[in-house]
Ligand binder design. Structure first.
Ligand code: ZN
Length: 209
């Protein structure tokens, strides 16, 4: 938690004074050693670049078929969303929900919230409702990991394995790159620098008396 010029350790609640860091350095709590913040040079710009790349890859990953389902002699190429729909129709909605959340909903929320926050910020503006968008980034971050995406993809393939086959295709290649881009976008989102920039922009927007 940040106060004006002060920071509270979220592990032991010690109140500490913020210090300026050298690029790449990190500040830790003097009582429990918990990492408080670190200064990632150009972290927000990198996060935005990876976020925009991820948005393009997300569109490609969902526009093209990723699995081929053979059923009653018929072959259907389906997207990841179609695969989740198929799992619902096969009577396993909980698995469908997991696949939908890990491969579609969470990456989409992470990408949209990051771009919504960082694109205006890089242009020197504060977007409306930015605390809400920041909360979304914070809540979704644990899901934006390669392991989680792989889990979703593996569950899709395993559950559909009686009638589904996955062969290298444009959507699969794009999804692998998407996993890397979303993970990199989340990892480069420098919370400390973000709030510093918000403070600067707020002060600039305050009316001068
Ligand atoms: Zn502490």
């Amino acid at each position: 938690m940040r106060l004006d010029g002060l920071i509270v350790c979220n592990q032991c609640d010690l109140l500490l004074r913020e210090v300026e860091l050298e690029p790449g350095a990190k500040a830790s709590c003097s009582r429990c050693g918990n990492e408080l913040y670190r200064l990632q040079p150009n972290g927000l710009q990198r996060s935005l670049a990876f976020g925009l790349t991820a948005a393009a890859l997300f569109l490609v990953s969902n526009a093209f078929p990723i699995v081929t389902i053979n059923s009653q002699g018929l072959t259907n190429s389906t997207t990841l969303l179609d695969a989740a729909d198929r799992l619902v129709r096969d009577g396993i909605p909980s698995i469908a929900a997991l696949v939908f959340a890990t491969t579609f909903l969470m990456p989409m929320l992470e990408i949209l919230a990051l771009i919504y926050l960082l694109l205006p910020l890089n242009l020197g503006r504060l977007p409306p409702f930015f605390p809400l968008a920041f909360r979304v980034v914070h809540l979704v971050k644990p899901w934006a990991m390669i392991e989680v995406f792989m889990l979703g993809l593996m569950v899709t393939i395993t559950k559909l394995n009686a009638f589904a086959s996955v062969s290298p295709n444009i959507a699969l290649g794009s999804f692998v790159l998407l996993m890397l881009a979303v993970t990199a976008a989340a990892a480069n989102f420098d919370t400390h620098t973000f709030w510093k920039q918000v403070d600067i922009l707020k002060k600039l927007q305050e009316p001068v008396c």
